[in-house]
Write a protein that binds this ligand. Structure first.
Ligand SMILES: [Fe+2]
Ligand SMILES: [Fe+2]
Length: 344
């Protein structure tokens, strides 16, 4: 165990959180399928209105998060054997370092926020979220070992001094990253460039990210609705500041990727670079946005409709599609002109 793992374990223990028990052996395919299904579909038995901000809302959201938990164990995952071409494609995906660092940071940030919470059910839900980030990191470390992917040294992860602030920043970052990851994952799954078994191995991780941002969106909505107006203004300002901070951080990241040898200047457009790496043909930004929106819808469709969904990133994607419509028509016109026989 690294010192970061020890730190994370100590944080869970001091918050009185017991990590879930996992089966020692790989489950049978039927059990695996049932667990995936349970993690995707959940409806509350609460029959009356589930008012956002009410204690029933808070209780049901936490219950959803507990009951949709998928008990897979990273160490028993059977990594499929890859053809030399597929192996090369997996190794050269530009995501592994960023993914490992993101999970390592997220687990500490969620855990430190969970430790500050007064409602035991909310504290346990956010701590379980942190523990699942820790498990994502473990899944990635097993994959990296199985396929011989070389990673850069991990940075020193710091425990945040302001846990609520970092919770907001990390939660909204997950809303952005998951939205694009859903689409990229679907493109990779349908590309024929990677074996189906590899996509299936990652499916629970993807759905977990969907549960994470569903939990986040609902806890933020619950807090927002339950605050008196003067504290709500301060909360809204913190949320606005979190978005500005994320935009600034992403700008810095894009610039540093350009200059620190993680790739060419192309990597400042990380999402599009990733899309080209997992797609069999060149994919346009509008197609990518459309797939992301469809996948976002599909992944959330199985959860109680009375829960709040993350809305900002899908709304921005819809706006981007709306404002680039003329450009799309031009592209379609150019390509149909190109298809017309000369002089016809
Ligand atoms: Fe994660
Ligand atoms: Fe997550």
């Amino acid at each position: 165990m690294s010192e970061h793992d020890d730190l994370f374990a100590a944080m869970m223990a001091s918050a009185g959180f017991t990590p879930p028990k996992l089966p020692d052996v790989a489950p049978e395919p039927e059990a695996l399928e049932a667990a995936v299904r349970r993690s995707r579909y959940w409806s509350s038995l609460h029959t009356s209105e589930l008012r956002v901000g009410s204690s029933a809302h808070r209780h049901e959201v936490c219950r959803m998060f507990r009951e949709t938990f998928n008990p897979y164990r990273p160490s028993v995952i059977a990594w499929p054997k890859l053809s030399p071409d597929a192996l090369q494609r997996v190794i050269s995906l530009p995501i592994w370092d960023i993914a490992v660092h993101t999970e390592g940071r997220a687990r500490l940030r969620f855990a430190s926020y969970a430790a500050t919470l007064n409602f035991p059910e909310v504290r346990d839900a956010v701590m379980l979220n942190a523990w699942e980030e820790h498990r994502h990191k473990e899944v990635l470390s097993k994959l990296v070992m199985a396929y011989g992917i070389a990673l850069r040294p991990e940075p020193a992860y710091r425990v945040p001094r302001n846990p609520e602030w970092m919770y907001l920043v990390t939660g909204y970052c997950e809303c952005i990253d998951s939205f694009f990851a859903f689409g990229l994952f679907e493109i990779a799954r349908n590309s024929g460039l990677f074996p189906v078994e590899l996509a299936e191995t990652f499916e629970p991780v993807m759905q977990e990210e969907c549960r994470h941002i569903l939990l986040f969106a609902n806890l933020v909505a619950w807090q927002r609705a339950s605050l008196p107006w003067w504290r709500r203004i301060a909360f809204e300002l913190r949320i606005a500041a979190a978005w500005v901070y994320i935009a600034w951080e992403r700008l810095i990241l894009a610039r540093s990727m350009k200059t620190n040898g993680m790739g060419t200047g192309q990597d400042s457009n990380f999402t599009m670079t990733s899309a080209q790496a997992v797609a069999p043909v060149e994919i346009g930004i509008r197609d990518l946005m459309t797939i992301c929106l469809q996948e976002n819808e599909r992944r959330f469709a199985g959860y109680d409709a009375r829960f709040v969904r993350p809305t900002t990133v899908p709304m921005l994607a819809r706006l981007a599609l709306f404002f680039t419509r003329p450009w799309a028509k031009n592209v379609e016109k150019v390509s149909s002109d190109e298809r017309s026989p000369a002089g016809g």
